[in-house]
Design a protein around this ligand. Structure first.
Ligand SMILES: Nc1nc2c(c(=O)[nH]1)N[C@H]1C(S)=C(S)[C@@H](COP(=O)(O)O)O[C@H]1N2
Ligand SMILES: [Mo]
Length: 350
């Protein structure tokens, strides 16, 4: 890749860091190694005045403080979050936005209150269609001044796995991950998991906010209205083997037996198969670890490689229970979303 990264892209990349791929070794990603994506600024929030307002097409609007949310029955789940733009910078031409290569992922243990009970207590109107989640961060995007907000169809919002998280890895949320409260929608791409959540609004019509109607749509060209990006496509990543060369980060491995390890995940079904590929030819099956503790957490895998001297390219590929798998080549789209083409790891064996 030689394609000059612009100052704007560099500025975004320096604010929004990825997860170093060697951190695939941890079952639960330490909070500081989890990837980060913040469209605008981290808002200033004081817990003593912060409230979650629940209203719109409901019978009993409510306003909850953090203690009231913490006092509710809690759930804890490991959930893999991945940015819908992961893989964007591997597309040609490169859509100009946060230039992720492959590292916009993490698997944290989130704790919070199930959303469904909150909505049920509020009494949803019969003709409700969607639920809008609004954060406290504000900015301008596509020439539209806005507060970050995203809607979910009512039936997705009512899924029992969806919750309002106030802890990440058994600690209060860090400012950058949405303190004091964020939405967690297991299986969906990152943009759905609204941080700094302050308002839940039930609506009767399809929400026309920027992040649903313009952003996060898979469009073949500028005139295509496109379709909304929703669930995470399957992906496997490996911990790059051996040692890196500082500047290029290309890998150097000693000849002989190498154990390759990594993780695989999908929002469409449990991971059922991971394969490792060598030099555009042979593929062989990796061994899967036990199923993860929660259905939308990543699954570990390992594979043996008898490395012979010379230049090689390793790949890995996941297949989930729905039969979905990964293409070898990226599929280009305007926003640079959901590029789950197989990882390519060039290795020099000496
Ligand atoms: N309020 C708000 N929520 C947000 C965002 C944001 O910019 N503002 N970014 C979204 C996107 S695009 C992603 S990928 C995830 C990233 O979550 P993380 O930074 O905790 O990893 O948060 C989502 N929630
Ligand atoms: Mo994202």
């Amino acid at each position: 890749m030689t394609d000059g990264i612009s100052r704007e892209e560099l500025q975004l990349a320096a604010r929004n860091h990825g997860m170093p791929l060697e951190a695939l070794r941890y079952d639960v990603t330490p909070a500081g190694l989890h990837y980060l994506l913040i469209h605008y600024d981290i808002p200033e929030i004081h817990e003593d005045v912060w409230r979650l307002d629940v209203g719109g097409a409901v019978e009993r609007p409510s306003s909850l403080d953090l203690d009231a949310i913490r006092a509710r029955p809690a759930v804890t789940a490991e959930v893999t979050l991945e940015c819908a733009g992961n893989g964007r910078a591997l597309l040609e031409p490169r859509p100009i936005s946060q230039p992720w290569l492959l590292e916009a992922v993490g698997n944290a243990r989130w704790t919070g209150a199930p959303l469904r009970n909150v909505l049920e207590e509020t009494g949803i109107a019969d003709n409700a269609a969607e639920v809008v989640f609004t954060g406290l961060d504000r900015g301008i995007e596509g020439e539209v001044e806005q507060t970050y907000e995203r809607a979910l169809p009512l039936e997705e919002a009512m899924r029992p796995e969806v919750f309002l998280a106030y802890e990440m890895n058994d600690q209060p949320l860090l400012p950058q991950h949405g303190y004091p409260l964020r939405l967690v929608v297991p299986g969906w791409y990152g943009m759905t998991h609204v941080k700094w959540l302050a308002r839940i609004h039930v609506v009767r019509e399809s929400f026309a906010g920027y992040q649903n109607a313009h952003g996060y749509r898979w469009r073949t060209d500028e005139d295509d209205p496109g379709t909304g990006v929703t669930r995470i496509s399957p992906r496997a990543l490996m911990i790059p083997p051996g040692i890196p060369e500082f500047l290029t980060r290309s890998r150097i491995v000693e000849a002989g037996r190498v154990e390759l390890r990594g993780r695989a995940w999908s929002g469409l079904g449990q991971i059922e198969r991971v394969e490792v590929g060598l030099d555009g030819g042979r593929w062989w099956d990796a061994e899967l670890d036990a199923a993860p503790p929660d259905p939308f957490a990543w699954r570990g895998w390992r594979a043996r490689w008898d490395a012979t001297r010379g230049d090689h390219v390793l790949r890995c590929r996941a297949t989930d229970a729905s039969g979905a798998t990964q293409p070898t080549d990226p599929v280009w789209n305007v926003g640079g979303y959901t590029n789950n083409a197989t990882q390519r790891v060039p290795v020099l064996v000496r």
